[in-house]
Every structure is written in structure tokens, then in C-alpha cells.
Design a protein around this ligand. Structure first.
Ligand SMILES: [Cu+2]
Length: 235
């Protein structure tokens, strides 16, 4: 992906890829971190229709994985399955620019995800984390719930308490400078329930708040409100 001086991004992708187990690489030629969020569109709806959609999410639109937030000048990698169908690739919902479109075609190839020593399991509505260590690493991110989830890591500032971070992310009128470094976050993309992927995260040693901001497909509060908040130390 690239971006111009005005911050408008452009994603580029092959028009067609074989369905099944794929490696997705995001090369970030932009100036700030970006991710590659895949969305799958069923039927003959347009990307413009998909981008106008809020909650509730219609049946014809699903999150479909992609590559975690990647630093400028770096290439991030994810291994996952792509079901046959039509996709588009975008960043965060509030970014402006040109999305890429692609099709996954043919009989899906089969294969196993690579093994990863670290695992983040998201479910309705909490996380289970194991094996994370400092530095760049492959992480198996799996969603064993029914709702879409992501994993967002915010480094906690030295003086901040877990209660500060919880209050900050619960949106209940936190006053004062943020207790987390909002420019130093790491985050996976959103995957639907029952999906999984192996993706890369670069996590310096330290304390983090791990949260999920996604809402249920039907709507409702962000998942932080439902318990998807956890403090953890990576050492
Ligand atoms: Cu969630």
C-alpha cells in the first residue's frame, strides 16, 4: 500500500488468487502504520455499498482476516485460508483512499497453518493468551467465539495503573493524559467467529492493555464494554 502527502492511501492487490491456504503480505510504503483488513462480499453487492454499511452488518458482508498493523517500510505477513469469493482490502474504517479488490477462485487448496509458539484466543467476550515473548513473532490468532474480534495491544505508560487503562478504554469520561501510548499500538485485523490465522506481531517487552473495540454484528457496545479488556506483561 502507498499513501500521498494528504494521507490518502492506495491498496494494490492481485486481481485473482487461488482460494484456500494463502500467505498474504502487506508492504507498507506509506508514512504511518497501516493494516490490510480483508472483507468478503457475497452476491453482487458493490464495494461502495459495503463501505457504507454500519451495524447491523448484513449477511452478505464478512470480515475476512488480513495483515496486522505494519510499520512504514516493513512487510507484514499472515497465513490463513481464503474461501472462494470476492474481497476488498482496506485499512481502518476511518481512513480515506482507494481500496484493492480481488477474487479467490478455484477449488480451495488444503494445508495446515504453520505452527506458532504464541497464541491469542479471542472469544465472546474475553481473551486467552499464551506464549507471547518480546520482539517480532508469529502468533496464532483464533476466534473461537461467534462474533467478530480483533486483538489491540496498547503499551501502558510507566505510571499508569490497570484501573486507569480500564477506565480509559471503557470510555466513561477518563480525564487527563492517556494512560497508554496510543501511537505505539499493535493490532491484528478483525476475523469472524470460528476463523483463525497466523500473523506477525512485534511486541517490545513491557505492560500492555489488550482490548477489542469491535461490536457484535447486530450492533451494541464495543467489546471492551463486555469484558474484552486484559492487562498483561510481556517479558
Ligand atoms: Cu471483540
Amino acid at each position: 500500500m502507498t499513501e500521498n502527502a494528504a494521507g490518502r492511501f492506495r491498496y494494490e492487490a492481485p486481481r485473482s488468487v487461488p482460494a484456500g491456504l494463502v500467505e498474504i503480505r502487506l508492504r507498507n510504503d506509506g508514512a504511518v502504520p497501516h493494516k490490510a483488513q480483508l472483507w468478503r462480499i457475497s452476491g453482487n453487492r458493490s464495494v461502495a455499498q459495503a463501505q457504507r454499511t454500519g451495524r447491523p452488518l448484513p449477511d452478505w458482508l464478512n470480515t475476512a482476516g488480513g495483515v496486522a498493523l505494519t510499520e512504514p517500510g516493513r512487510t507484514g505477513t499472515t497465513v490463513q485460508t481464503l474461501a472462494p469469493g470476492r474481497y476488498y482490502v482496506a485499512g481502518s474504517g476511518n481512513e480515506r483512499g482507494v481500496v484493492a479488490q480481488l477474487r479467490a477462485t478455484g477449488t480451495p487448496t488444503t494445508g495446515e497453518l504453520p505452527r506458532a509458539a504464541a497464541r491469542i484466543n479471542a472469544y465472546d467476550f474475553a481473551f486467552r493468551v499464551s506464549g507471547l515473548r518480546p520482539g517480532r513473532q508469529a502468533v496464532e490468532f483464533r476466534n473461537t467465539g461467534a462474533e467478530p474480534h480483533h486483538a489491540y495491544f496498547a503499551p501502558m505508560r510507566a505510571a499508569a495503573t490497570v484501573a486507569d487503562a480500564l477506565r480509559f478504554f471503557s470510555g466513561r469520561g477518563y480525564v487527563g493524559p492517556p494512560p497508554v501510548d496510543v501511537d505505539g499500538t499493535r493490532e491484528t485485523v478483525v476475523i469472524e467467529g470460528r476463523e483463525r490465522q497466523v500473523t506477525e506481531l512485534d511486541l517490545p517487552a513491557g505492560r500492555y492493555a489488550l482490548v477489542c473495540f469491535v461490536r457484535n454484528r447486530a450492533g451494541g457496545p464495543q467489546h471492551t464494554e463486555l469484558g474484552m479488556f486484559q492487562a498483561l506483561t510481556i517479558r
